[in-house]
Design a binder for this molecule. Structure first.
Ligand SMILES: Nc1nc2c(ncn2[C@@H]2O[C@H](COP(=O)(O)OP(=O)(O)OP(=O)(O)O)[C@@H](O)[C@H]2O)c(=O)[nH]1
Ligand SMILES: [Mg+2]
Length: 227
């Protein structure tokens, strides 16, 4: 099985080298760092650590993930993780495992079931997460404990989902569409660490408002959609 890792990044020069270096390289067929238009040394540091750097100028977390998945289209399994050191690359095999052994179609790392390092997730992030998990259970019967970014899915399965949300809605869309197709979604406990570098989503008002908006909107939008 060809396993590829996709790391979306926007100005993560402090963390990306360490993240790429900590990956289980022998296990991976492809290491893709998607640079979403960074103005710092993210691309340079990622390449120096041995990653294949893909540039995606269309801003948005979803755009970056989609560009990475497209670049890794020849792989069998895709693993997504953040480039800010919050997700621990040493736990990659744990996330990919159930997909590889066909025990799950989508695996999501759960910070809530796992260990949250002090200062890794602010209180509003935790509350938002609880709410989205509750909403997904209520609307779709989805039984997960967190909507985190560390996840694994078969490449073919991801492209069959016809992903549309190219910003903050990407993680929720993936889960909702997987549930609507009757796919098996599994939470796996992970540890979540404090990020390096500047916070862009949970630590800013704009990021928090937009992320919350999409977390509400996306589950409702796909409730009424066909297919
Ligand atoms: N915010 C944002 N992040 C992006 C974008 N493209 C890629 N990323 C990367 O996506 C990953 C997740 O974004 P983060 O900023 O860590 O989001 P978060 O973990 O919810 O919140 P913070 O860590 O507090 O900023 C990081 O590796 C970012 O560098 C983009 O357009 N916007
Ligand atoms: Mg982060």
């Amino acid at each position: 099985m060809k396993i590829a890792v996709v790391i979306p990044t926007l100005n993560e020069e402090q963390a990306i080298g360490e993240v790429v270096n900590a990956l289980p390289k022998n296990y991976l067929h492809d290491i893709i760092v998607v640079d979403n238009g960074s103005t710092d040394n993210t691309a340079k540091n990622a390449a120096a650590a041995g990653a294949r750097v893909v540039l995606e100028t269309r801003r948005g977390y979803g755009s970056a993930c989609f560009a990475g998945a497209t670049a890794a289209r020849d792989s069998d399994v895709l693993v997504f993780l953040d480039g800010d050191r919050s997700d621990d690359p040493k736990q990659l095999e744990m996330i990919a495992g159930p997909v590889i052994t066909d025990q799950a179609d989508l695996v999501i790392g759960s910070r809530i079931q796992g260990v949250l390092e002090k200062g890794s997730m602010p209180i509003h992030g935790r509350l938002g997460n609880r709410f989205i998990v509750f909403l997904l259970r209520l609307l779709y019967g989805i039984n997960i404990t967190d909507i985190g970014s560390f996840r694994a899915i078969k490449t073919r399965t991801l492209f069959n989902l016809n992903m549309e949300q190219m910003t903050y809605g990407w993680p929720v869309e993936m889960v909702v569409k997987a549930a609507r197709r009757g796919l098996r979604i599994q939470s796996v406990p992970i540890r979540y660490r404090r990020r390096l570098g500047e916070s862009k989503v949970t630590g800013t008002l704009k990021g928090t408002v937009l992320a919350t908006y999409y977390m509400f909107l996306v589950p409702i939008k796909y409730l009424f959609e066909k297919g």
